[in-house]
Ligand binder design. Structure first.
Ligand SMILES: NC(=O)C1=CN([C@@H]2O[C@H](COP(=O)(O)OP(=O)(O)OC[C@H]3O[C@@H](n4cnc5c(N)ncnc54)[C@H](O)[C@@H]3O)[C@@H](O)[C@H]2O)C=CC1
Ligand SMILES: O=C(O)CCC(=O)C(=O)O
Length: 529
């Protein structure tokens, strides 16, 4: 049974999904106080939050059983991603689910300030009828500058273009073709976007890179009489600088849904003195449609993550789930087993680990490496290791990871080869999945062999002379241990051979010692996969 705590209001559509899963024990506490949350978090396997609840180090320190953080929305700036990753906690979000809500609110703010609608409304409420005062501007013919052409930015672009505006965008992380498809000119620099735009609207995430990205320098470069809209995150803007430029008369209009501090403090509220400002309390995603979609998506993602299934919106996974991912499951299992085999066979004390991926699976090198690391570290660490924290733990241990991939195969069409090395000592394992389904270890330290990577495997190097297998067989039989399979590899007749016995059960240290005492045996090791 997985215990899931929901700490913010989410739509009943998501709650229904959680409630109807027999493996989920749901606790819905949308108004929970922080102090109370700190006290109970240790009992839960997953927490679902919105922007009200920050997931901080302080919370995580007490969250001994937490496996998954579900952010019912897009922005994960309120989640300490690094702290989650270090602890092996998967963070999932709901990208795309509230896009239309956020885009439409952006357009609503934009039209509000272009036509001074809020002021007209207020004057009517005061019993006035003053048509002269409310002259506005049209979106038609304006240049709209979008910072961040992702889901929301794209939908804002489509709506502005439909209204007759020219749209330009600054987003260093998207291909130019995306702009071509949307009929949006992608500009190379933030400066160019800012200088050319009549309207600047923010749609990038709050990250270390974007924090304070729009400050005095940027406001100075904006056209006088610019319209400035922020429905992304307050922290992207230096709000003190915005206030200064507001006083200097820079803006024709400002629309804000988000603030550096929420609710905004008096310092931020100074901006509200500006008459043509349209404000909302972070409600970009607050439509019934968006909230339904967000809640459904986050419930599905959290359940899948708890059950160990693949989730498409894993924010802190060391890879993104791409098309065709389902088809490489056998290779991921192989990668994990190869890593585990290598640590047990060669020891875990290596400073360089080289992952080489060949063939059609080459494009999936990131997940393959994550699984290799999980397998490699699990046998030697006493804390939980998963694909989220494995890269962190490897870094912590000073292991240098080298990845390489090629489309040509390596003996087999699709092949994973791992090499570990330190001070001239080197060990190699490699394998493939037959028919893309059946994982096999095919290479160990230069010997071609064929081992099923599961269960108990007795690996031994021996002088290639007759009778060695019989001696091992006799010891195992005496201890009532059944042999399930046997494979041999050798480089040259009469020299050294490598044997792999698949056993039905583990051998004790004493039995292993007996085997190691056979004069022809150079080394025997038990591996458990
Ligand atoms: N007001 C509200 O209620 C809502 C606010 N948001 C905010 O809007 C942001 C965008 O949401 P989506 O479009 O769904 O996310 P998205 O991930 O689809 O798009 C973000 C875009 O920003 C770009 N970007 C990243 N760093 C950048 C930089 N330094 N300069 C320019 N562009 C950069 C990315 O390449 C990406 O294309 C979210 O991160 C969230 O903070 C989202 C939904 C609702
Ligand atoms: O609805 C919320 O919690 C905020 C939505 C939002 O800002 C986001 O999805 O990034």
């Amino acid at each position: 049974m997985y215990r899931v705590l929901v700490t913010d209001h989410i739509s009943s559509r998501g709650l229904d999904i959680l409630n109807s899963d027999p493996e989920i024990d749901l606790d819905y506490q949308p108004e929970i106080r922080w102090e109370e949350l700190l006290e109970i978090i240790q009992d839960y396997h997953a927490i679902i939050t919105r922007s009200r609840t920050p997931v901080t180090e302080e919370l995580l320190e007490r969250a001994d059983n937490l496996k998954v953080v579900g952010r019912a929305g897009v922005g994960v700036d309120n989640v300490d991603l690094e702290a989650c990753s270090r602890r092996g906690i998967l963070v999932v979000n709901a990208p795309g689910a509230n896009t239309v809500g956020a885009a439409e609110l952006t357009i609503a703010h934009l039209y509000t300030v272009l036509r001074r609608l809020h002021l007209a409304h207020e004057s009517m409420m005061n019993g006035e009828w003053d048509r002269k005062r409310f002259m506005g501007e049209e979106l038609d013919g304006k240049v709209v500058g979008i910072i961040g052409l992702g889901n929301v930015g794209s939908q804002v672009a489509i709506r502005c273009k439909a209204a007759g505006a020219t749209v330009i965008a600054y987003d260093p992380y998207i291909p130019r073709e995306k702009g071509d498809r949307l009929g949006v000119e992608i500009v190379d620099t933030l400066e160019e976007l800012i200088k050319r735009s009549d309207i600047v609207t923010l749609h990038c995430p709050l990250t270390e890179e974007t924090r304070g990205m729009i400050g005095a320098k940027e406001f100075e470069m904006m056209k006088d009489g610019v319209y400035f809209i922020n429905c992304a995150r307050g922290g992207i803007v230096d709000e003190d600088a915005m206030y200064e430029y507001m006083k200097k008369g820079k803006f024709a209009g400002i629309g804000l849904d988000v603030f550096g501090k929420e609710p905004p403090d008096d310092r931020i509220r100074r901006i509200f003195e500006f008459p043509n400002i349209s404000l909302s309390p972070h409600i970009g995603a607050n439509t019934y449609e968006s909230q339904d979609k967000v809640a459904i998506k986050i419930a599905q993602q959290v359940i899948a993550a708890l059950k160990g299934q693949f989730v498409e919106a894993a924010v802190n996974a060391p890879f993104t789930v791409t098309e065709g991912f389902e088809n490489i499951k056998a290779f991921l299992l192989l990668a994990e087993r190869l890593g585990s085999f290598l640590t047990q066979y060669a020891g875990g004390n290596f400073k360089e680990l080289n992952v080489e991926v060949r063939g059609s699976i080459a494009e999936h090198i990131k997940p393959i490496t994550a699984y290799v690391l999980k397998g490699f570290l699990e046998p030697i660490l006493d804390r939980p290791v998963n694909i989220i924290n494995a890269p962190f733990l490897a870094k912590e241990r000073g292991i240098n990871i080298v990845e390489s991939s090629r489309e040509e195969g390596l003996v087999f069409k699709d092949f994973i080869k791992i090499t570990v090395s330190q001070n001239g000592r080197e060990h190699v394992v490699g394998g493939t999945a037959f028919y893309g389904q059946i994982p096999k270890i095919m290479l160990v330290d230069g010997y071609w062999i064929d081992i099923d990577p599961e269960g108990v495997i007795l690996m031994f190097e021996n002088k290639d002379v007759p009778g060695v297998i019989a001696k091992i067989g006799e010891i195992l039989a005496r201890h009532n241990i059944n042999i399930a399979g046997f494979r041999l590899g050798r480089l040259e007749k009469g020299k050294i051979a490598l044997g792999a016995l698949q056993l039905d059960e583990k051998v004790s240290d004493a039995v292993l010692e007996e085997i190691n005492e056979i004069p022809e045996i150079l080394k025997a090791k038990q591996i458990i996969l």
